[in-house]
Design a protein around this ligand. Structure first.
Ligand code: HEC
Ligand code: HEC
Length: 418
């Protein structure tokens, strides 16, 4: 995996805003998050750390879903004011281009007459103006546009991103890339790096890194430490009984949600983690008050069951025995992870590339909870296993398990059933 350093604040800085509460200056380009280590705010525990219980009332779940799908947390301050993505989209991103970089369209947000026109081939999918229309309809998953109409012409004036960008897809019911939302399903078609690389506000060196990631991957620390070891976009479903989120178990779900909302999406809010030396305060905090409903909503999203007929039930029953003999030391309990009892594993225990873990607070990997494996290939944090057979081959070789070909086949069928 390549590692390229472009320095914490990149070759050029932009003094961007003076914030009210702590009153400090923030430098922020695509390659740099606002860092404030000296405003005196005492943050001894990371934002969102600690246990919490969910309120699963219909009102809270509805509020959380609204946040997950549509809330930008004020991140237009970055995607519009700094990265100027609204200009790029209005000028050069047709629906065909958007779909080709993996963006998805929510068919339920398209009025029947527009849908019929698309079906009949009467809508120009090569025209960026159509993208602006879709944004006006709030129909592009994970993008939130503000469109003003002057003399009958639509103008995209603000653009922001939401959690759904990376953690939702659609079922393609209408056509490829256009369908009903699937919240929590990672968008493995989405080329986040290629999209960010369209911004006129980034350097050629940064652009090269963003373009190297490819579809379904993102590095949530590149703009912090300048290194690049991109991660596979993980599912946000099946996490109800998981104690620590992320491949490296940085903390519970609200910790990570706040981290991403503030440092990656560039929302307007607070995040601090003394372990990482990050302490960002922006008033008003448009992230913190939403974390509880966002957590409840994510915890309510169940992992999708394996489709009928997608695995061989008899082989799976045999494969379970193989799993219990070779895998349950780590993949234990209802979610198949020993991390609920606090355990982590160095990369060398499982034969993984250590470079991402070494950039994080814990320096190790969490045993990934196994859920809906049928749905989200490739596997492992860096996507190094393309298929479940590759996963089994990896363990068989690295841990010298000596599994026969038949045992391996059975184990794959069991994994498909999870
Ligand atoms: C630009 C893409 C992107 C956006 C936007 C994004 N995430 Fe993520 N998310 C990631 C990546 C990459 C990871 C893996 C990070 C890791 O494991 O270290 C991740 C990890 C997660 C996880 C942990 C999943 C697990 O297996 O433990 C959850 C939950 C999550 N994100 C929820 C959210 C929420 C809620 C938002 C909005 C506040 C959000 N994400 C916005 C890319 C994104
Ligand atoms: C020593 C502990 C350990 C053992 C034993 C172990 N695993 Fe894992 N497993 C992990 C860790 C840690 C990860 C995360 C690795 C990463 O992403 O880099 C993981 C990840 C996985 C994943 C990827 C899940 C995803 O969503 O990407 C699968 C599948 C998996 N293991 C299956 C197995 C199977 C099958 C066995 C038995 C043959 C096994 N594991 C044995 C610790 C273990």
């Amino acid at each position: 995996m390549s590692t390229e350093s472009v320095g914490a604040c990149g070759p050029f800085l932009m003094l961007k805003s003076i914030l009210r509460a702590g009153v400090f200056l923030v430098c922020c380009t695509v390659a740099c998050v606002p860092q404030n280590k000296s405003n005196g705010a005492s943050a001894t525990t990371p934002t969102g750390a600690g246990s919490a219980s969910d309120d699963f009332s219909p009102q809270t779940l509805a509020a959380g879903r609204q946040v997950f799908r549509f809330d930008t947390f004020g991140d237009e301050q970055f995607w519009t004011d700094t990265a100027r993505m609204h200009e790029v989209v209005q000028r050069s991103v047709s629906p065909a281009t958007a779909l080709s970089v993996g963006l998805k369209v929510d068919a339920d947000a398209i009025p029947a007459d527009v849908a019929a026109a698309i079906k009949a081939g009467k809508v120009d999918l090569a025209d960026p103006a159509t993208t602006v229309t879709l944004l006006k309809l709030n129909a592009v998953v994970g993008l939130k546009g503000t469109v003003t109409t002057v003399n009958g012409k639509d103008n995209l004036t603000r653009l922001g991103i939401t959690c759904a960008l990376c953690h939702s897809t659609v079922d393609d019911a209408f056509s490829k890339g256009i369908g009903h939302r699937k919240d929590g399903w990672p968008n493995r078609d989405l080329n986040v790096g290629a999209i960010i690389a369209l911004s006129p506000a980034i350097t050629p060196a940064q652009k090269a890194v963003y373009n190297s990631w490819g579809p379904g991957k993102y590095d949530p620390r590149f703009n912090i430490d300048g290194k690049s070891t991109p991660l596979v976009l993980p599912p946000a479903y099946g996490l109800a009984q998981v104690r620590n989120e992320t491949y490296t178990a940085e903390g519970p779900i609200s910790y990570w949600n706040a981290y991403v909302a503030v440092t990656q999406m560039h929302g307007h809010g607070n995040f601090s983690d003394p372990r990482l030396g990050i302490n960002i305060r922006q008033t008003p905090d448009m992230v913190g008050p939403k974390l509880a409903s966002l957590r409840a909503y994510q915890h309510s999203i169940e992992a999708p069951a394996s489709p009928p007929g997608s695995f061989d039930a008899d082989a799976s029953t045999r494969g379970r025995v193989v799993f219990n003999q070779n895998c349950v030391t780590c993949h234990v309990g209802v979610n198949n992870t020993d991390n609920n009892s606090g355990v982590l594993h160095t990369a060398s225990e499982t034969g993984q590339d250590a470079s991402y873990a070494l950039r994080t607070a814990n320096k190790s990997y969490r045993t990934t909870p196994l859920r809906a494996l049928w749905q989200h290939a490739p596997y492992f944090h860096d996507g190094s296993a393309a298929t479940l057979q590759d996963v089994v081959t990896h363990y068989n070789n690295f841990r010298r398990l000596g599994l026969s070909a038949a045992q391996q086949r059975d184990l794959v069928q069991y994994l498909k059933s999870l």
